[in-house]
Design a protein around this ligand. Structure first.
Ligand SMILES: Cc1cc2nc3c(=O)[nH]c(=O)nc-3n(C[C@H](O)[C@H](O)[C@H](O)COP(=O)(O)OP(=O)(O)OC[C@H]3O[C@@H](n4cnc5c(N)ncnc54)[C@H](O)[C@@H]3O)c2cc1C
Length: 450
């Protein structure tokens, strides 16, 4: 059993009672909901269109006492405490060294598996921790407080790769891969290509059906985890005559003939996270490595990235908090000028207060998007807003944190400059900030067009 699962066991046991009462309450709710389901909202006297991509719950939430969005369940709190301790004790001391080496320490990867952090939502029957999406988000955030590179490894593996197998894997694929993804096999998600970034579905990698499987040819770019991974979800077009409706998802194992890591990128930030170019030269894979249905790849990618960007938003709030805490410890404890701690000056205190307010607002957006996803509500706009705002806050706060620490913030002795460099990626991957703005605006326009 993983360390996290062991630590959480008492909470899980206690929560079984809670779960039973929650079920009973849900029963009461559904009876009530038949009578008093809230009417949908209106604008200018017109009924607003529902934009839900997922089934909307129709419970009368008035029967529940509303709780702050920052309230976690007992299990989620235990997750937060244990990951926070693991990140502080194990990851933080290695963050600078891994950044300088531009390499993830293999011992860290091993410990992530041991801690159960690579199978957060994988059910216990497959060797995972069997926890909820919010727990994954909390784990990603806590890891990013110490090192955003480690955080993105866990994020991509859990929110994109594991989720794809859980949602669309055949029973055989699940049986074969979920136990490995939970315990010893890192996964990668291969969508972007030299010709297709924001316009992801212009991808040129081709798949051809053969008598005993598929052949994949083409190339992928910017692939996170690719040095450490053995399991690759690859999007390729099986029928280019259908345009993006030919895009299909496949599983490719590292070591398959024709599969090659062609180049490792040197980056501005998250340097310990591997980002590589991969080429596929007539890579032959068996029939059973088709993930889900032919031609559904574009839908899977959209769905996964909608969820995944809540994870990136959590990475950014964790980063913002990490850089904030690193700097305020210094200005309120160590550095004196003009006879005072520099954090005593009002000019500094106002900036610190503003920064913390923005971090808190970003975290609320992240948790709310996660809760809406879990509740089966439409969360697409919430996820886009969370990622957009969290990455802006991460950039602003980590930049200010460098300034608050003066020269000590600028040198590579501490972590301030690293958080600042690491923050830039939040506005780029899993949809750039412009793409998030496009999504938010498109959904708003639909809602307010009568
Ligand atoms: C470190 C790193 C890790 C990554 N990991 C992965 C991974 O694991 N798997 C994967 O598949 N991909 C990954 N990516 C790729 C990432 O998702 C893309 O870089 C991102 O989607 C942007 O694509 P692009 O780089 O081609 O930029 P472009 O699409 O070329 O964008 C350039 C600029 O044009 C703007 N722009 C483009 N289209 C529009 C539009 N319609 N409206 C307004 N502005 C627009 C963008 O906002 C941006 O400012 C990673 C990238 C990096 C840098």
């Amino acid at each position: 059993m993983s360390a996290i699962a062991r630590a959480l066991r008492p909470a899980v046991q206690r929560s079984q009672g809670v779960a039973r009462s929650a079920t009973a309450a849900a029963g009461r709710l559904s009876t009530a909901s038949a009578r008093t389901c809230r009417p949908s909202r209106t604008f200018n006297g017109q009924q607003l269109r529902s934009l839900s991509a997922t089934a909307r719950r129709c419970n009368d939430l008035d029967d529940l006492t509303p709780t702050p969005i920052t309230h976690f369940s007992e299990i989620e709190t235990a997750m937060q405490d244990s990951v926070s301790k693991f990140a502080t004790d194990v990851i933080l001391p290695k963050a600078r060294e891994m950044d300088e080496a531009e390499k993830m320490d293999p011992a860290v990867v091993e410990q992530l598996f041991e801690q159960g952090l690579m199978g957060i939502e994988i059910p216990e029957e497959f060797g995972g921790a069997g926890m909820n999406f919010t727990s994954a988000i909390i784990g990603i955030e806590e890891l990013a407080r110490a090192d955003p590179s480690v955080s993105v490894m866990v994020d991509v593996h859990n929110t994109l790769v594991n989720t794809a197998v859980l949602k669309w894997g055949s029973p055989e694929l699940k049986k074969k891969w979920l136990p490995r993804l939970a315990t010893d096999t890192v996964g990668s998600f291969c969508l972007s290509e030299p010709v297709s970034g924001s316009d992801a579905f212009a991808l040129a990698t081709k798949a051809t059906e053969t008598a005993d499987g598929y052949t994949i040819s083409g190339g992928k770019m910017w692939i996170t985890n690719s040095l450490e991974a053995n399991f690759f979800i690859v999007f390729a077009n099986l029928d280019p005559s259908k345009g993006y409706k030919g895009i299909t998802a496949f599983i490719v194992e590292k070591g398959t003939p024709g599969f090659q890591i062609a180049k490792k990128e040197k980056k501005l930030g998250i340097k310990a996270s591997s980002t590589c170019v991969i080429t596929f030269d007539d890579v032959k894979i068996p029939k059973e490595n088709l993930l889900g249905e032919k031609g559904q790849g574009y839908k899977y990618a959209i769905g996964l990235l909608n969820e995944g960007r809540i994870g990136i938003a959590a990475q950014m709030t964790g980063l913002a908090l990490g850089s904030f805490e690193n700097a305020v410890k210094y200005v309120w404890n160590d550095r004196k000028q003009f006879g005072s701690l520099v954090g005593e000056f009002q000019g500094m205190q106002h900036q610190i207060a503003q920064a913390y307010t923005e971090i808190t607002a970003a975290r609320h957006l992240v948790y709310n998007a996660a809760r809406k996803k879990e509740a089966g509500e439409d969360f697409v706009r919430d996820a886009a807003m969370a990622k957009l705002y969290a990455s802006q806050v991460a950039g602003r706060v980590s930049g200010l944190a460098v300034e608050w620490m003066g020269g000590m913030g600028f040198v590579r002795e501490g972590l301030a400059e690293k958080y600042f460099r690491d923050s830039k990626i939040g506005a780029i991957y899993e949809g750039t900030s412009n793409i998030q703005l496009n999504t938010i605006a498109k959904l708003l326009q639909k809602e307010y067009t009568v």
